[in-house]
Ligand binder design. Structure first.
Ligand code: GTP
Ligand code: MG
Length: 293
């Protein structure tokens, strides 16, 4: 089948066709930029705070409300909860849900040339094919993770009790980008204290704008509030600029890192064969060559 036939099939609900097109996007054989009316949510936060479990709960609520939910789990640290098994588990728990959920894992290290444009194409493809809720899950709070979820114009930051990890990660600018912050595992002690610390650490402007909610994905608490908050969220235009900045910066980073000659430049600079300014020039030349090719 050619791309067009696959696309027609995927649009009319054929999951295998959709899967094939996603693989073609991954391998750089297909690009897709058609959709402008995308509903996408980026979910990020430290490892193990319950992002995937929480997403599972969101999926239940949304599929019950008739939405079709697609999840891209980017570099899942736990293949069981973050990857395909999440989809399998949901499919087993309720066969009706299975049809309305699509879960795909991506390991960014597998994609030389950078994952950023590919994720954008995948999101657009999902949307074009009728997926009305698209979730991108990524672990952490570094610049590359932010670049990945910055495609979504809704960002949910998840933290756990006891840790307030995201407060420490504040430097990376992640808190400025969040539309909603959740402290999950509210069934454990200190969740409320963590939420209060997070509110305190928000700038005064954000304090009025960014809701900080408590949830327990395990005990199904606070999920309704979170869903209504997400459903009624109006994407914030002023953050768009911030997000595009992150997308461009992380794309720039991934281009450099994925270039096979990048390591050589580092070695030469550390062996003193090149000065730092010479190595910067070489890097710029490399990227320029790559852009032309
Ligand atoms: N007590 C408690 N445990 C939870 C809750 N939500 C998730 N967990 C548990 O926390 C662990 C990690 O959950 P995940 O959903 O895999 O967390 P994650 O943030 O997606 O993890 P990574 O993708 O590996 O970063 C699992 O053992 C979950 O059962 C919760 O609300 N309360
Ligand atoms: Mg996960």
């Amino acid at each position: 089948m050619n791309d067009n036939e696959l696309l027609m099939g995927a649009k009319s609900g054929d999951r295998r066709n959709l899967s094939k097109l996603l693989s073609r996007i991954e391998s750089g054989k297909f690009t897709f930029q058609k959709d402008s009316n995308v509903w996408a949510l980026g979910v990020t936060g430290p490892p193990g705070v319950g992002k995937s479990t929480l997403i599972g709960k969101l999926i239940e609520q949304w599929t019950n409300a008739g939405e079709k939910v697609a999840v891209l789990a980017v570099d899942p640290s736990s293949p069981v909860s973050g990857g395909a098994i999440l989809g399998d588990r949901l499919r087993m728990s309720n066969s009706d849900i299975g049809e309305s959920v699509f879960v795909r894992s991506l390991a960014t290290r597998n994609y030389p040339g950078g994952i950023i444009p590919k994720i954008s194409d995948m999101i657009n493809l999902f949307s074009y094919c009728g997926w009305s809720r698209i979730i991108i899950e990524t672990v952490g709070s570094g610049q590359s993770e932010i670049g990945i979820i910055a495609f979504a114009d809704r960002i949910l930051l998840v933290d756990g009790p006891d840790r307030g990890d995201i407060i420490q990660a504040e430097k990376a600018g992640i808190m400025e980008m969040a539309d909603i912050i959740v402290v999950n595992k509210s069934d454990l002690p200190r969740a409320k204290v963590t939420a209060d610390l997070i509110i305190e650490s928000l700038s005064l402007d954000s304090r009025d704008l960014v809701p900080v909610l408590l949830t327990s994905a395990l005990e199904n608490k606070g999920i309704n509030d979170l869903v209504s908050c997400l459903d009624s969220l109006i994407p914030d235009k002023s953050r768009k600029n911030l997000r595009i900045r992150q997308i461009l910066l992380s794309h720039w980073n991934s281009l450099a890192i994925s270039n096979p000659r990048f390591e050589k430049i580092i070695l030469d600079a550390s062996d003193g064969i090149m000065s730092i300014s010479e190595s910067i020039s070489s890097l710029m030349e490399l990227l320029h060559e790559e852009a032309k090719s």
